[in-house]
Design a protein around this ligand. Structure first.
Ligand SMILES: O=C(O)C(=O)C[C@]1(C(=O)O)C=C[C@@H](O)C=C1
Length: 316
């Protein structure tokens, strides 16, 4: 895949993630601009020298005229409405998103008949902050960026999306939507719910407990400082997979609680946690080098490689 040209990039929604995509794309030499519905968001981005407007019609007409890759930088609850604008004003553009759940976005895209040039995306990066002010061009450096390889994905928009992710400093993890959603329920959405629970239980110990709190409480509750509406927008669209993860958690915690009550031991939980955490620390992310986008069975082969820890670090 040598010489894939950088497409123009149009980011709709310039909060923490969309804003960071815009900053990273500009830093990587893309012709990139954005849209934000709030005047304050537009003012802040312009004050930093970025080309962001609040006129969705003008922004999308420019995308259509430039054959830009459109990045939906808005959370799941705003996807349906922004897709109505895209369908009306720039239906031929390649399209991706940064939403933390993939199957519901794909279903909404299909409902708007925009599936032909859509490729799901999910950069695995963030902070507890939100908005343009928190965005940074380095947010995705070294991060995993899930890029959809669902059946029917077309190679041209796929290559554009993968190239943008790589140019933002991320590594590409090929995923299909439902497997992605089950995976992130466990490693992203469940941790948000647990962080909220830990914050509540810890604070239940009063000011003495909070006054003594150190690293374990701070790290375990870090994402509980995220704006509540954003946490809901991240977790709730993935309800079925999150329920499975919560059920597994409750089973483990109940077993540990029961053995603690009867034998004053936490049982197998501690050893199991120790060894599974080690699997994460030592996971070998190997480079996919032998599957060229567009080759025979490339989607299925990339999917299998992604399942086995394969990542893409370059397309050349
Ligand atoms: O690092 C954080 O603050 C995050 O919450 C980032 C995080 C996560 O790791 O769960 C949260 C949601 C995104 O969809 C991807 C990544």
């Amino acid at each position: 895949m040598t010489g894939v040209a950088k497409s123009a990039v149009c980011v709709l929604g310039t909060g923490l993630i969309g804003g960071s995509v815009l900053r990273a794309a500009v830093a990587a030499g893309y012709d990139a601009w954005g849209y934000n519905r709030s005047h304050a968001g537009v003012r802040a981005a312009r004050a930093d020298g970025f080309d962001v407007g609040d006129d969705i019609e003008a922004v999308l007409k420019r995308a259509a005229a430039s054959d830009a890759l459109i990045v939906l930088g808005v959370p799941m609850p705003a996807i349906d409405s922004i897709l109505s604008d895209v369908r009306l004003l720039a239906p031929g553009c390649a399209l991706t998103d940064v939403v933390s759940v993939k199957a519901p976005v794909a279903a909404t895209v299909r409902r708007h008949e925009l599936g032909a040039r859509y490729v799901g995306g999910h950069p695995m990066a963030g902070t507890a902050e939100s908005g343009w002010a928190a965005s940074t061009p380095d947010l995705f450096r070294g991060a995993a960026w899930a890029v959809g390889v669902d059946p029917g994905t077309h190679v041209e928009p796929w290559t554009r999306v993968a190239r943008l992710a790589l140019d933002c400093g991320a590594v590409v993890v090929p995923v299909v939507a439902d497997e992605h959603d089950r995976a992130v329920a466990r490693i992203s959405h469940l941790p948000h719910v647990l962080a909220e629970a830990l914050a509540v239980v810890g604070a239940g110990g009063g000011d003495l407990a909070l006054g003594l709190a150190a690293g374990s409480f701070r790290d375990g509750t870090r994402v509980a400082a995220t704006a509540p509406d954003l946490v809901r927008a991240i977790c709730e669209p993935n309800a079925a997979a999150l329920l499975d993860a919560l059920d597994d958690t409750l089973r483990l915690l109940t077993a540990a609680r029961d053995t603690l009550a009867t034998n004053a031991t936490l049982g197998e939980l501690i050893d199991a946690g120790y060894s599974e955490r080690d699997r994460y620390d030592t996971l070998h992310r190997w480079n996919i080098t032998d599957i060229r986008p567009g080759d025979h069975n490339w989607l299925e082969r990339l999917r299998e490689a992604g399942q086995r820890g394969g990542v893409i670090r370059g397309l050349d």
